[in-house]
Design a protein around this ligand. Structure first.
Ligand SMILES: *[C@@H]1O[C@H](CO)[C@@H](O)[C@H](O)[C@H]1NC(C)=O
Ligand SMILES: *[C@@H]1O[C@H](CO)[C@@H](O)[C@H](O)[C@H]1NC(C)=O
Length: 502
Protein backbone atom coordinates (compact mmCIF):
# COMPACT_ATOMS: atom_id res chain seq x y z
CA UNK A 1 0.00 0.00 0.00
CA UNK A 2 2.14 2.69 -1.30
CA UNK A 3 -0.51 5.03 -0.21
CA UNK A 4 0.20 4.19 3.30
CA UNK A 5 3.91 4.26 2.72
CA UNK A 6 3.79 7.96 2.31
CA UNK A 7 1.07 8.66 4.78
CA UNK A 8 2.23 6.64 7.73
CA UNK A 9 5.93 7.20 7.36
CA UNK A 10 5.40 10.86 6.88
CA UNK A 11 3.35 10.97 10.06
CA UNK A 12 5.82 8.96 12.03
CA UNK A 13 8.53 11.33 10.94
CA UNK A 14 6.52 14.35 11.96
CA UNK A 15 5.61 12.91 15.31
CA UNK A 16 9.25 12.25 16.04
CA UNK A 17 10.16 15.73 14.95
CA UNK A 18 7.52 17.41 17.04
CA UNK A 19 8.22 15.19 20.01
CA UNK A 20 11.84 16.20 19.83
CA UNK A 21 12.68 18.91 22.28
CA UNK A 22 9.23 19.11 23.74
CA UNK A 23 10.28 17.90 27.16
CA UNK A 24 11.27 20.06 30.10
CA UNK A 25 10.97 23.80 30.01
CA UNK A 26 14.04 25.40 28.60
CA UNK A 27 14.19 22.68 26.00
CA UNK A 28 14.43 23.96 22.47
CA UNK A 29 11.23 24.89 20.69
CA UNK A 30 9.77 22.07 18.61
CA UNK A 31 10.59 22.37 14.94
CA UNK A 32 8.54 24.47 12.58
CA UNK A 33 7.05 22.56 9.68
CA UNK A 34 6.81 23.91 6.16
CA UNK A 35 4.92 21.51 3.92
CA UNK A 36 5.06 22.48 0.25
CA UNK A 37 2.39 20.54 -1.63
CA UNK A 38 2.28 20.84 -5.41
CA UNK A 39 -0.70 20.15 -7.64
CA UNK A 40 -0.40 17.62 -10.49
CA UNK A 41 3.38 18.01 -10.55
CA UNK A 42 4.98 14.92 -11.98
CA UNK A 43 7.91 12.95 -10.75
CA UNK A 44 10.08 14.03 -13.65
CA UNK A 45 9.32 17.74 -13.56
CA UNK A 46 12.28 18.87 -11.49
CA UNK A 47 15.91 19.17 -12.50
CA UNK A 48 16.99 16.95 -9.64
CA UNK A 49 14.73 14.19 -10.94
CA UNK A 50 16.18 14.46 -14.41
CA UNK A 51 14.18 17.17 -16.15
CA UNK A 52 16.72 18.25 -18.78
CA UNK A 53 16.12 22.00 -18.93
CA UNK A 54 16.95 22.19 -15.21
CA UNK A 55 14.84 25.17 -14.39
CA UNK A 56 14.35 24.46 -10.70
CA UNK A 57 17.59 25.64 -9.07
CA UNK A 58 16.09 26.18 -5.62
CA UNK A 59 14.49 22.77 -5.35
CA UNK A 60 17.56 21.13 -6.86
CA UNK A 61 19.70 22.84 -4.22
CA UNK A 62 17.28 21.86 -1.48
CA UNK A 63 17.65 18.24 -2.60
CA UNK A 64 21.43 18.50 -2.78
CA UNK A 65 21.66 19.95 0.71
CA UNK A 66 18.86 17.85 2.17
CA UNK A 67 17.36 14.57 1.20
CA UNK A 68 15.81 13.30 -1.98
CA UNK A 69 13.19 10.57 -1.92
CA UNK A 70 13.28 8.84 -5.27
CA UNK A 71 10.68 6.30 -4.25
CA UNK A 72 7.91 8.37 -2.73
CA UNK A 73 4.21 7.75 -3.24
CA UNK A 74 1.17 9.80 -2.47
CA UNK A 75 -1.78 8.01 -0.97
CA UNK A 76 -3.93 8.32 -4.06
CA UNK A 77 -3.49 9.36 -7.69
CA UNK A 78 -6.12 12.09 -7.38
CA UNK A 79 -6.15 15.42 -5.60
CA UNK A 80 -8.76 15.29 -2.82
CA UNK A 81 -8.17 11.74 -1.54
CA UNK A 82 -4.42 12.32 -1.66
CA UNK A 83 -4.73 15.53 0.38
CA UNK A 84 -7.13 13.95 2.86
CA UNK A 85 -4.62 11.15 3.43
CA UNK A 86 -1.72 13.56 3.77
CA UNK A 87 -3.46 15.54 6.50
CA UNK A 88 -5.02 12.60 8.35
CA UNK A 89 -2.27 10.00 7.93
CA UNK A 90 -4.96 7.52 6.90
CA UNK A 91 -5.91 5.83 3.64
CA UNK A 92 -8.83 7.39 1.75
CA UNK A 93 -10.83 4.21 2.27
CA UNK A 94 -10.54 4.83 6.03
CA UNK A 95 -11.02 8.60 6.08
CA UNK A 96 -14.03 8.57 3.77
CA UNK A 97 -12.46 10.13 0.64
CA UNK A 98 -13.78 7.51 -1.74
CA UNK A 99 -16.93 6.60 -3.59
CA UNK A 100 -18.96 3.45 -3.90
CA UNK A 101 -20.68 4.75 -7.04
CA UNK A 102 -20.35 2.80 -10.25
CA UNK A 103 -16.82 3.84 -11.05
CA UNK A 104 -14.82 2.92 -8.03
CA UNK A 105 -12.28 5.57 -8.71
CA UNK A 106 -11.64 9.12 -9.68
CA UNK A 107 -13.77 10.79 -7.06
CA UNK A 108 -12.81 14.18 -5.69
CA UNK A 109 -14.46 17.36 -4.44
CA UNK A 110 -15.91 19.53 -7.20
CA UNK A 111 -18.16 22.26 -5.82
CA UNK A 112 -21.32 20.18 -6.16
CA UNK A 113 -19.98 17.56 -3.74
CA UNK A 114 -22.01 17.17 -0.57
CA UNK A 115 -19.37 15.43 1.58
CA UNK A 116 -16.03 16.45 3.01
CA UNK A 117 -13.62 15.69 5.81
CA UNK A 118 -15.48 14.05 8.70
CA UNK A 119 -15.19 15.53 12.19
CA UNK A 120 -14.05 12.15 13.43
CA UNK A 121 -10.77 12.54 11.52
CA UNK A 122 -7.87 14.13 13.37
CA UNK A 123 -5.90 16.36 11.09
CA UNK A 124 -2.24 17.17 11.48
CA UNK A 125 -2.88 20.80 12.56
CA UNK A 126 -5.27 19.55 15.25
CA UNK A 127 -2.54 17.37 16.72
CA UNK A 128 0.06 20.10 16.40
CA UNK A 129 -2.21 22.60 18.15
CA UNK A 130 -1.97 20.47 21.29
CA UNK A 131 1.78 20.96 21.09
CA UNK A 132 1.48 24.74 20.85
CA UNK A 133 1.72 25.13 17.09
CA UNK A 134 0.01 27.82 15.04
CA UNK A 135 -1.06 26.52 11.62
CA UNK A 136 -1.90 28.17 8.33
CA UNK A 137 -3.07 26.78 5.01
CA UNK A 138 -2.24 28.80 1.93
CA UNK A 139 -3.90 27.69 -1.30
CA UNK A 140 -6.12 24.77 -2.13
CA UNK A 141 -8.00 22.92 0.61
CA UNK A 142 -10.06 20.42 -1.37
CA UNK A 143 -11.46 18.54 1.62
CA UNK A 144 -15.01 19.87 1.24
CA UNK A 145 -16.28 23.44 0.82
CA UNK A 146 -19.43 23.42 2.97
CA UNK A 147 -19.28 25.24 6.34
CA UNK A 148 -18.72 22.15 8.50
CA UNK A 149 -15.63 21.24 6.45
CA UNK A 150 -13.94 24.66 6.71
CA UNK A 151 -10.20 24.30 7.43
CA UNK A 152 -10.47 26.53 10.52
CA UNK A 153 -12.89 23.95 11.95
CA UNK A 154 -10.26 21.27 11.40
CA UNK A 155 -7.26 22.65 13.22
CA UNK A 156 -5.93 25.44 11.02
CA UNK A 157 -5.73 28.91 12.57
CA UNK A 158 -5.48 30.82 9.30
CA UNK A 159 -6.38 30.28 5.67
CA UNK A 160 -5.81 32.15 2.49
CA UNK A 161 -6.96 30.27 -0.58
CA UNK A 162 -9.76 28.30 -2.06
CA UNK A 163 -11.84 25.26 -1.27
CA UNK A 164 -11.83 23.95 -4.88
CA UNK A 165 -9.82 23.98 -8.09
CA UNK A 166 -9.51 27.24 -10.02
CA UNK A 167 -11.65 26.02 -12.90
CA UNK A 168 -13.78 28.61 -14.65
CA UNK A 169 -14.80 31.21 -15.49
CA UNK A 170 -18.43 30.39 -14.81
CA UNK A 171 -21.49 32.50 -15.47
CA UNK A 172 -22.62 32.65 -11.81
CA UNK A 173 -26.00 31.32 -13.01
CA UNK A 174 -25.60 27.63 -13.78
CA UNK A 175 -22.45 27.51 -11.69
CA UNK A 176 -20.78 30.09 -9.43
CA UNK A 177 -17.15 31.11 -9.68
CA UNK A 178 -14.99 29.59 -6.97
CA UNK A 179 -14.50 31.81 -3.90
CA UNK A 180 -11.17 32.80 -2.39
CA UNK A 181 -11.18 32.92 1.41
CA UNK A 182 -9.25 34.82 4.03
CA UNK A 183 -9.81 32.84 7.21
CA UNK A 184 -13.57 32.44 7.82
CA UNK A 185 -14.87 34.56 4.97
CA UNK A 186 -14.62 34.90 1.24
CA UNK A 187 -12.74 37.91 -0.09
CA UNK A 188 -13.58 37.47 -3.76
CA UNK A 189 -13.91 34.92 -6.53
CA UNK A 190 -11.57 33.54 -9.18
CA UNK A 191 -11.91 35.32 -12.53
CA UNK A 192 -13.45 38.30 -10.71
CA UNK A 193 -11.36 39.80 -7.89
CA UNK A 194 -8.66 37.19 -8.55
CA UNK A 195 -8.22 37.18 -12.32
CA UNK A 196 -6.77 34.32 -14.30
CA UNK A 197 -6.30 35.13 -17.96
CA UNK A 198 -6.90 31.87 -19.77
CA UNK A 199 -5.59 33.25 -23.03
CA UNK A 200 -2.23 34.54 -21.83
CA UNK A 201 -1.96 32.33 -18.74
CA UNK A 202 -1.34 35.36 -16.57
CA UNK A 203 -2.41 35.28 -12.93
CA UNK A 204 -0.80 36.71 -9.82
CA UNK A 205 -1.94 33.97 -7.48
CA UNK A 206 1.45 32.35 -6.86
CA UNK A 207 2.83 35.77 -5.89
CA UNK A 208 -0.10 36.32 -3.55
CA UNK A 209 0.41 32.88 -2.01
CA UNK A 210 4.10 33.64 -1.60
CA UNK A 211 3.38 36.90 0.24
CA UNK A 212 0.92 35.08 2.51
CA UNK A 213 3.60 32.54 3.35
CA UNK A 214 6.35 35.08 4.00
CA UNK A 215 4.04 37.17 6.16
CA UNK A 216 2.99 34.17 8.26
CA UNK A 217 6.57 32.95 8.72
CA UNK A 218 7.67 36.44 9.82
CA UNK A 219 4.83 36.75 12.31
CA UNK A 220 5.19 33.29 13.83
CA UNK A 221 8.87 32.49 13.68
CA UNK A 222 9.87 34.16 16.94
CA UNK A 223 6.82 33.27 19.02
CA UNK A 224 5.34 29.89 18.30
CA UNK A 225 6.30 26.80 16.44
CA UNK A 226 4.42 26.97 13.18
CA UNK A 227 2.99 24.64 10.59
CA UNK A 228 2.61 26.21 7.16
CA UNK A 229 0.84 24.12 4.55
CA UNK A 230 1.58 25.80 1.21
CA UNK A 231 -0.75 24.08 -1.25
CA UNK A 232 -0.37 26.08 -4.45
CA UNK A 233 -2.11 25.11 -7.67
CA UNK A 234 -0.41 26.94 -10.56
CA UNK A 235 0.66 23.63 -12.12
CA UNK A 236 -2.93 22.37 -12.22
CA UNK A 237 -4.83 23.18 -15.42
CA UNK A 238 -5.52 25.94 -16.30
CA UNK A 239 -1.83 26.53 -15.51
CA UNK A 240 -0.77 30.10 -14.83
CA UNK A 241 2.16 32.31 -13.95
CA UNK A 242 2.66 35.99 -13.26
CA UNK A 243 4.00 38.30 -15.96
CA UNK A 244 7.69 38.21 -14.97
CA UNK A 245 7.68 34.41 -15.38
CA UNK A 246 5.47 34.01 -18.45
CA UNK A 247 7.47 32.93 -21.46
CA UNK A 248 10.66 32.36 -19.47
CA UNK A 249 10.68 28.56 -19.54
CA UNK A 250 11.92 26.29 -22.30
CA UNK A 251 8.96 24.08 -21.49
CA UNK A 252 6.07 26.41 -22.20
CA UNK A 253 3.46 27.71 -19.82
CA UNK A 254 3.60 24.71 -17.54
CA UNK A 255 7.33 25.32 -17.12
CA UNK A 256 6.66 29.01 -16.39
CA UNK A 257 4.43 27.94 -13.51
CA UNK A 258 7.08 25.55 -12.18
CA UNK A 259 9.73 28.27 -12.40
CA UNK A 260 7.61 30.72 -10.42
CA UNK A 261 6.98 28.12 -7.73
CA UNK A 262 10.68 27.24 -7.54
CA UNK A 263 11.55 30.92 -7.23
CA UNK A 264 8.95 31.35 -4.47
CA UNK A 265 10.31 28.40 -2.53
CA UNK A 266 13.78 29.94 -2.81
CA UNK A 267 12.42 33.11 -1.20
CA UNK A 268 10.82 31.16 1.65
CA UNK A 269 14.01 29.23 2.37
CA UNK A 270 15.97 32.48 2.31
CA UNK A 271 13.59 34.05 4.81
CA UNK A 272 14.02 31.08 7.16
CA UNK A 273 17.78 31.68 6.98
CA UNK A 274 17.43 35.41 7.57
CA UNK A 275 15.22 34.81 10.61
CA UNK A 276 17.72 32.21 11.92
CA UNK A 277 15.06 29.52 12.11
CA UNK A 278 16.22 27.38 9.19
CA UNK A 279 17.96 24.96 11.56
CA UNK A 280 14.72 24.43 13.39
CA UNK A 281 12.38 24.13 10.44
CA UNK A 282 11.49 20.90 8.68
CA UNK A 283 10.73 21.67 5.05
CA UNK A 284 9.12 19.00 2.96
CA UNK A 285 8.25 19.27 -0.72
CA UNK A 286 5.95 16.89 -2.57
CA UNK A 287 2.97 16.69 -4.94
CA UNK A 288 -0.59 15.44 -4.57
CA UNK A 289 -0.30 13.07 -7.53
CA UNK A 290 1.66 12.45 -10.70
CA UNK A 291 1.71 14.51 -13.87
CA UNK A 292 -1.67 15.29 -15.40
CA UNK A 293 -1.33 13.88 -18.87
CA UNK A 294 -4.97 14.61 -19.38
CA UNK A 295 -3.83 18.25 -19.53
CA UNK A 296 -0.81 17.76 -21.79
CA UNK A 297 0.64 19.19 -23.89
CA UNK A 298 -0.56 22.76 -23.25
CA UNK A 299 -1.41 22.49 -19.56
CA UNK A 300 0.79 19.66 -18.42
CA UNK A 301 3.89 17.79 -19.34
CA UNK A 302 5.05 14.49 -20.65
CA UNK A 303 8.11 14.92 -18.55
CA UNK A 304 11.01 12.75 -19.58
CA UNK A 305 10.95 10.36 -16.71
CA UNK A 306 10.27 6.69 -16.45
CA UNK A 307 7.22 7.46 -14.42
CA UNK A 308 5.33 9.69 -16.76
CA UNK A 309 1.77 8.79 -16.20
CA UNK A 310 -1.48 10.45 -15.49
CA UNK A 311 -3.40 10.88 -12.29
CA UNK A 312 -6.53 8.82 -11.77
CA UNK A 313 -5.62 5.26 -12.66
CA UNK A 314 -4.46 2.67 -10.25
CA UNK A 315 -0.80 2.19 -10.88
CA UNK A 316 1.61 3.01 -8.15
CA UNK A 317 3.54 5.18 -10.58
CA UNK A 318 0.53 7.42 -11.02
CA UNK A 319 0.89 8.22 -7.40
CA UNK A 320 4.63 8.54 -7.57
CA UNK A 321 5.49 12.07 -6.61
CA UNK A 322 8.60 14.08 -5.91
CA UNK A 323 9.71 14.14 -2.30
CA UNK A 324 12.45 16.40 -1.01
CA UNK A 325 13.26 17.22 2.58
CA UNK A 326 15.51 20.00 3.72
CA UNK A 327 17.76 18.22 6.16
CA UNK A 328 20.10 20.61 7.87
CA UNK A 329 23.55 19.33 8.33
CA UNK A 330 23.48 16.49 5.85
CA UNK A 331 24.93 18.14 2.78
CA UNK A 332 25.16 15.94 -0.22
CA UNK A 333 23.31 13.10 1.35
CA UNK A 334 21.03 11.32 -1.06
CA UNK A 335 18.67 8.99 0.62
CA UNK A 336 18.09 5.77 -1.21
CA UNK A 337 14.58 5.66 0.12
CA UNK A 338 12.10 7.31 2.37
CA UNK A 339 12.74 5.05 5.34
CA UNK A 340 16.13 6.58 5.99
CA UNK A 341 14.16 9.40 7.50
CA UNK A 342 12.33 7.18 9.88
CA UNK A 343 12.08 8.02 13.53
CA UNK A 344 14.56 7.08 16.17
CA UNK A 345 12.58 7.00 19.38
CA UNK A 346 14.24 8.77 22.22
CA UNK A 347 16.18 11.02 19.95
CA UNK A 348 15.73 14.56 21.14
CA UNK A 349 17.26 16.72 18.51
CA UNK A 350 15.38 19.95 18.10
CA UNK A 351 16.18 20.09 14.46
CA UNK A 352 15.77 18.30 11.27
CA UNK A 353 19.06 16.60 11.92
CA UNK A 354 16.72 13.99 13.35
CA UNK A 355 16.43 13.09 9.71
CA UNK A 356 19.80 11.41 9.67
CA UNK A 357 20.50 9.20 6.72
CA UNK A 358 21.19 5.54 6.98
CA UNK A 359 22.23 4.62 3.48
CA UNK A 360 21.17 1.21 2.41
CA UNK A 361 19.08 0.70 5.49
CA UNK A 362 15.66 -0.75 4.89
CA UNK A 363 14.06 -0.67 8.25
CA UNK A 364 10.56 -1.50 7.36
CA UNK A 365 9.24 -4.68 5.88
CA UNK A 366 5.84 -3.43 6.72
CA UNK A 367 3.72 -4.30 3.74
CA UNK A 368 1.86 -1.24 2.67
CA UNK A 369 -0.94 -1.09 0.19
CA UNK A 370 -1.30 1.40 -2.54
CA UNK A 371 -4.45 3.26 -1.93
CA UNK A 372 -6.78 3.55 -4.66
CA UNK A 373 -10.05 3.90 -3.03
CA UNK A 374 -12.43 1.05 -3.42
CA UNK A 375 -11.88 -1.74 -4.13
CA UNK A 376 -8.18 -2.18 -3.51
CA UNK A 377 -6.47 -1.67 -6.83
CA UNK A 378 -2.79 -1.91 -6.23
CA UNK A 379 -0.31 -2.88 -3.58
CA UNK A 380 3.34 -2.12 -3.13
CA UNK A 381 5.22 -4.31 -0.77
CA UNK A 382 8.64 -3.47 0.48
CA UNK A 383 10.86 -1.08 -1.34
CA UNK A 384 12.44 -0.86 -4.70
CA UNK A 385 13.61 -4.41 -4.88
CA UNK A 386 10.28 -6.05 -4.27
CA UNK A 387 7.53 -6.41 -6.79
CA UNK A 388 4.23 -4.67 -6.64
CA UNK A 389 0.96 -6.35 -7.20
CA UNK A 390 -1.79 -4.76 -9.19
CA UNK A 391 -5.33 -5.92 -8.78
CA UNK A 392 -6.94 -3.85 -11.44
CA UNK A 393 -5.96 -0.90 -13.45
CA UNK A 394 -6.84 1.36 -16.26
CA UNK A 395 -5.04 4.01 -18.21
CA UNK A 396 -6.88 6.84 -19.80
CA UNK A 397 -3.96 8.85 -21.05
CA UNK A 398 -0.37 8.12 -21.63
CA UNK A 399 2.57 9.74 -23.32
CA UNK A 400 3.74 8.81 -26.79
CA UNK A 401 5.69 5.60 -26.63
CA UNK A 402 4.14 4.53 -23.35
CA UNK A 403 1.39 2.27 -24.68
CA UNK A 404 1.97 -1.20 -23.32
CA UNK A 405 -0.17 -3.91 -24.81
CA UNK A 406 -2.59 -5.36 -22.27
CA UNK A 407 -1.39 -2.96 -19.60
CA UNK A 408 -2.38 0.57 -20.57
CA UNK A 409 -6.05 0.43 -21.38
CA UNK A 410 -8.81 2.91 -21.80
CA UNK A 411 -11.29 0.96 -19.75
CA UNK A 412 -11.14 -0.22 -16.20
CA UNK A 413 -10.00 -3.82 -16.26
CA UNK A 414 -10.26 -6.22 -13.41
CA UNK A 415 -7.06 -8.18 -12.91
CA UNK A 416 -8.02 -9.58 -9.55
CA UNK A 417 -7.99 -13.18 -10.70
CA UNK A 418 -4.60 -12.93 -12.34
CA UNK A 419 -2.92 -9.79 -11.02
CA UNK A 420 -0.22 -8.04 -12.97
CA UNK A 421 3.00 -7.86 -11.00
CA UNK A 422 5.92 -5.56 -11.68
CA UNK A 423 9.37 -5.50 -10.15
CA UNK A 424 9.69 -1.85 -9.25
CA UNK A 425 13.42 -2.03 -8.76
CA UNK A 426 14.12 -3.24 -12.29
CA UNK A 427 11.06 -1.63 -13.83
CA UNK A 428 10.01 1.52 -12.02
CA UNK A 429 7.83 2.60 -14.96
CA UNK A 430 5.74 -0.59 -14.66
CA UNK A 431 6.07 -1.54 -18.30
CA UNK A 432 7.14 -5.18 -18.14
CA UNK A 433 4.78 -7.37 -16.13
CA UNK A 434 6.39 -10.50 -14.69
CA UNK A 435 5.57 -13.65 -16.60
CA UNK A 436 2.63 -15.41 -14.95
CA UNK A 437 4.46 -18.73 -15.22
CA UNK A 438 7.64 -17.56 -13.54
CA UNK A 439 8.65 -18.66 -10.06
CA UNK A 440 9.22 -15.01 -9.21
CA UNK A 441 5.59 -14.24 -10.03
CA UNK A 442 4.28 -17.14 -7.98
CA UNK A 443 6.45 -16.23 -5.01
CA UNK A 444 5.42 -12.58 -5.10
CA UNK A 445 1.77 -13.46 -5.55
CA UNK A 446 1.59 -15.67 -2.49
CA UNK A 447 3.56 -13.21 -0.37
CA UNK A 448 1.46 -10.22 -1.32
CA UNK A 449 -1.86 -12.08 -1.22
CA UNK A 450 -1.40 -12.76 2.46
CA UNK A 451 -0.61 -9.10 3.04
CA UNK A 452 -3.78 -8.12 1.23
CA UNK A 453 -5.83 -10.54 3.30
CA UNK A 454 -4.45 -9.01 6.49
CA UNK A 455 -5.24 -5.54 5.23
CA UNK A 456 -8.78 -6.45 4.28
CA UNK A 457 -9.48 -8.18 7.57
CA UNK A 458 -8.32 -5.19 9.57
CA UNK A 459 -9.92 -2.56 7.38
CA UNK A 460 -12.69 -0.38 8.80
CA UNK A 461 -13.93 1.69 5.85
CA UNK A 462 -15.04 5.25 6.58
CA UNK A 463 -18.43 6.55 5.53
CA UNK A 464 -17.98 7.33 1.81
CA UNK A 465 -18.01 11.11 1.36
CA UNK A 466 -17.87 11.32 -2.41
CA UNK A 467 -21.10 9.63 -3.45
CA UNK A 468 -23.63 12.45 -3.38
CA UNK A 469 -23.70 15.65 -5.39
CA UNK A 470 -26.18 18.53 -5.29
CA UNK A 471 -26.08 21.74 -7.31
CA UNK A 472 -27.65 23.59 -4.41
CA UNK A 473 -24.53 23.13 -2.27
CA UNK A 474 -22.19 24.89 -4.70
CA UNK A 475 -20.38 28.09 -3.67
CA UNK A 476 -23.42 30.33 -4.20
CA UNK A 477 -23.33 32.25 -0.94
CA UNK A 478 -20.15 31.53 1.05
CA UNK A 479 -19.69 33.28 4.42
CA UNK A 480 -18.69 36.89 3.85
CA UNK A 481 -20.60 37.23 0.55
CA UNK A 482 -23.05 39.77 2.02
CA UNK A 483 -20.26 42.26 2.82
CA UNK A 484 -19.06 42.03 -0.75
CA UNK A 485 -22.50 41.98 -2.34
CA UNK A 486 -21.52 38.69 -3.96
CA UNK A 487 -24.19 36.29 -2.71
CA UNK A 488 -25.91 34.24 -5.40
CA UNK A 489 -29.18 32.34 -5.16
CA UNK A 490 -28.88 28.56 -5.10
CA UNK A 491 -31.14 26.39 -7.23
CA UNK A 492 -33.54 23.86 -5.77
CA UNK A 493 -31.89 21.16 -3.69
CA UNK A 494 -31.76 17.87 -5.58
CA UNK A 495 -29.33 15.35 -4.12
CA UNK A 496 -28.12 12.87 -6.70
CA UNK A 497 -25.47 10.28 -7.24
CA UNK A 498 -22.24 11.93 -8.41
CA UNK A 499 -21.28 10.91 -11.91
CA UNK A 500 -17.57 10.39 -12.25
CA UNK A 501 -17.52 10.50 -15.97
CA UNK A 502 -13.87 9.93 -16.86
C1 LIG B 1 -0.86 41.28 -11.68
O1 LIG B 1 -0.34 42.36 -10.93
C2 LIG B 1 0.15 43.41 -11.76
C3 LIG B 1 0.83 44.42 -10.85
O2 LIG B 1 0.01 44.80 -9.81
C4 LIG B 1 -1.01 44.00 -12.53
O3 LIG B 1 -0.54 45.03 -13.38
C5 LIG B 1 -1.64 42.89 -13.38
O4 LIG B 1 -2.78 43.40 -14.04
C6 LIG B 1 -2.03 41.73 -12.52
N1 LIG B 1 -2.46 40.65 -13.40
C7 LIG B 1 -3.53 39.91 -13.17
C8 LIG B 1 -3.88 38.89 -14.21
O5 LIG B 1 -4.20 40.01 -12.16
C1 LIG C 1 -1.80 0.22 -27.74
O1 LIG C 1 -1.20 -0.95 -28.21
C2 LIG C 1 -2.14 -1.98 -28.57
C3 LIG C 1 -1.38 -3.23 -28.95
O2 LIG C 1 -0.03 -3.06 -28.96
C4 LIG C 1 -3.00 -1.49 -29.71
O3 LIG C 1 -3.95 -2.46 -30.06
C5 LIG C 1 -3.70 -0.22 -29.29
O4 LIG C 1 -4.45 0.30 -30.36
C6 LIG C 1 -2.71 0.82 -28.81
N1 LIG C 1 -3.46 1.92 -28.27
C7 LIG C 1 -3.11 3.19 -28.49
C8 LIG C 1 -4.02 4.23 -27.94
O5 LIG C 1 -2.11 3.51 -29.08
Amino acid sequence: MAAVVAATRWWRLLLVLSAAGMGASGAPQPPNILLLLMDDMGWGDLGVYGEPSRETPNLDRMAAEGMLFPNFYSANPLCSPSRAALLTGRLPIRNGFYTTNAHARNAYTPQEIVGGIPDSEQLLPELLKKAGYVSKIVGKWHLGHRPQFHPLKHGFDEWFGSPNCHFGPYDNKARPNIPVYRDWEMVGRYYEEFPINLKTGEANLTQIYLQEALDFIKRQARHHPFFLYWAVDATHAPVYASKPFLGTSQRGRYGDAVREIDDSIGKMLELLQDLHVADNTFVFFTSDNGAALISAPEQGECSPSLLTVSPQPAWPSWASVPGIAACEGRPGHRSPSIVTCEGRPGHRSPSIAACEGRPGHRSSDEPLGHGQTWPLMAVVQGLQDTPSLLFSLQGIDFCPGQNVSGVTTHNLEDHTKLPLIFHLGRDPGERFPLSFASAEYQEALSRITSVVQQHQEALVPGQPQLNVCNWAVMNWAPPGCEKLGKCLTPPESIPKKCLWSH
